[in-house]
Design a protein around this ligand. Structure first.
Ligand code: HEM
Length: 442
């Protein structure tokens, strides 16, 4: 087995907005309590870090009655458009019904080989690094890129020599747009903030249009040629469902919606999965006993055989580790009330934005006990909620009918990448100065 030294900049992986937001959230929590108001620019937000309040609030609201803060819809328009993350009401119900089956176990099963292929390519590069006596690798950078490649492949395909060969260009442009947007736009909620950096805003819009055109041409080509087996990627599955011959009168998505769903899968699934992997590697370096335990499990369950979805599901300890990483470093859902919501004697008026502080709840001693900040995957051994005292205290994928649609895909992706890394490499911390970290979405 080859040893890889892990650069300490991995420590900074979440020092993108996740941690800076979390630090602001901690201040709110200490100064104002678990349910309070804060402002994002000129936008008021109801801050919620109390699972019991969340339970009462959500029990009276239909899934279709949840909205999304307009301030985020506008800020992230080039990324998500009218994709599932942003739509509301009847539009959301329709699209969720059409999209959910695309993430069925049978469809996901067919995507395992693409995950293995992308990860193996990355590990071969690591191998070459090691044999060329340069054992220190910017692992975070590589993981983020590979997770991006995987999510692009399984979302809209990136094969050469097919109608999908534009997929590679779309992938590069999506990454460029992400970087452009997050270098320019850090003033969410501040009126006219797009004019603070007009060049970057125009640049993001230009790249956005190019991406839309490329995706649209891929969709049209695929509709005409039908050369690809549909289950290869999510777009293929959705297009097959749109096909009037095989699904007469079935529920459909327009070409505009298909384009926006491709972007939504990419932006919703890329960094979330990549950061959970980067944090996992960091934690496994600090807790090498868990590297050993996971390697043992991989040997028992997968051995020298091929990775498939049944074996991945049997990697129980890896599942605990994933949960523990998501508990410690969570993304957070946000919502908007589309009607008045009654919670005890309080009314949350229609139009109010909400920030559900999952990070605050996951780090709350009252819910988890004194070891709340420790990395202890075994807390998930016999308990889906990791011993949390409230069932709504652990919500890595959100809650209710708007819960993350990609969670099973992400679990597979995480397990494939981690299995392959741990089967070929052992990890330790580099003593080199840190590399720059990347500002991004989650
Ligand atoms: C570690 C990985 C991931 C985490 C932690 C995560 C987390 C979340 C969270 C917190 C929400 C908001 C749920 C709510 O409002 O209650 C969400 C929604 C969503 N996620 Fe994920 N996600 C992950 C991976 C993915 C992947 C791989 C995809 C797609 C390929 C995806 C697609 C979506 C979509 C489309 C929604 C919107 C669902 C709706 O509003 O109906 N996510 N995710």
């Amino acid at each position: 087995m080859i040893s890889i030294l892990l650069s300490p900049h991995i420590l900074l992986a979440g020092k993108s907005p996740t941690v800076s937001t979390a630090m602001r959230e901690e201040e709110i929590l200490i100064l104002q309590g678990k349910v309070s108001i804060y402002w994002l620019g000129v936008e008021p937000f109801l801050y919620i870090a109390d699972p019991e309040f969340l339970r009462k609030m959500s029990s009276g609201v239909l899934d279709k009655s949840w909205g999304k803060p307009a301030v985020f819809r506008e800020d992230r328009l080039p990324m998500f458009g009218i994709g599932l993350v942003m739509v509301e009401g009847e539009h959301w119900i329709h699209n969720r019904h059409v999209i959910t089956p695309a993430f069925s176990p049978a469809n996901l099963k067919a995507m395992t080989s693409q995950m293995v292929e992308c990860t193996t390519k990355m590990l071969d590069r690591w191998d070459a690094f090691c044999t060329s006596h340069k054992p220190e690798i910017d692992v975070e950078h590589d993981i983020i890129r590979t997770a991006g490649e995987i999510i692009a492949k399984v979302s809209f395909g990136m094969k050469h020599g097919t109608s999908y060969e534009n997929g590679q260009i779309v992938f590069e442009k999506l990454r460029a747009m992400q970087m452009t947007l997050f270098k320019s736009n850090r003033n969410v909620g501040v009126p006219f903030s797009e004019f603070f950096s007009p060049k970057k805003s125009l640049e993001a819009r230009r790249i956005g249009k190019e991406i839309d055109q490329l995706l649209l041409s891929m969709i049209n080509l695929q509709k005409e040629s039908r050369t690809k087996s549909p289950e290869e990627d999510l777009l293929g599955v959705l297009l097959a469902g749109n096909d009037e011959d095989s699904h007469p009168g079935g529920k459909k998505l327009t070409s505009r919606e298909l384009v926006d769903e491709c972007k939504t899968f990419f932006f919703g699934g890329h960094e979330t999965t990549a950061l959970s992997l980067a944090w996992t590697l960091q934690l496994l370096v600090v807790h090498p006993e868990w590297q050993t335990q996971l390697r043992k499990e991989i040997k028992q369950v997968i051995g020298d055989g091929e990775i498939d979805s049944t074996k991945l599901a049997a990697l129980k300890k890896m599942g605990w580790v994933w949960n523990e990483v998501l508990r410690l470093y969570s993304p957070a859902p946000n919502r908007q009330a589309r009607e008045d919501i009654q919670v005890d004697d309080m009314v949350i008026p229609k139009g109010i934005n909400m920030w559900i502080d999952v990070v605050g709840m996951n780090h709350d001693k009252e819910l988890w006990g004194d070891d709340v900040f420790e990395f202890k995957p075994e807390r998930f051994k016999d308990d889906l909620y990791g011993g949390c005292k409230h069932k709504m205290g652990f919500l890595p994928f959100g809650f209710g009918g708007r819960m993350c649609v990609g969670r099973n895909l992400s679990a597979m992706d995480y397990k494939v990448v981690l299995t392959l890394i741990l089967s070929r490499f052992s990890l330790s911390l580099s003593k080199l100065p840190s590399f720059p970290c990347y500002y991004a979405l989650s």
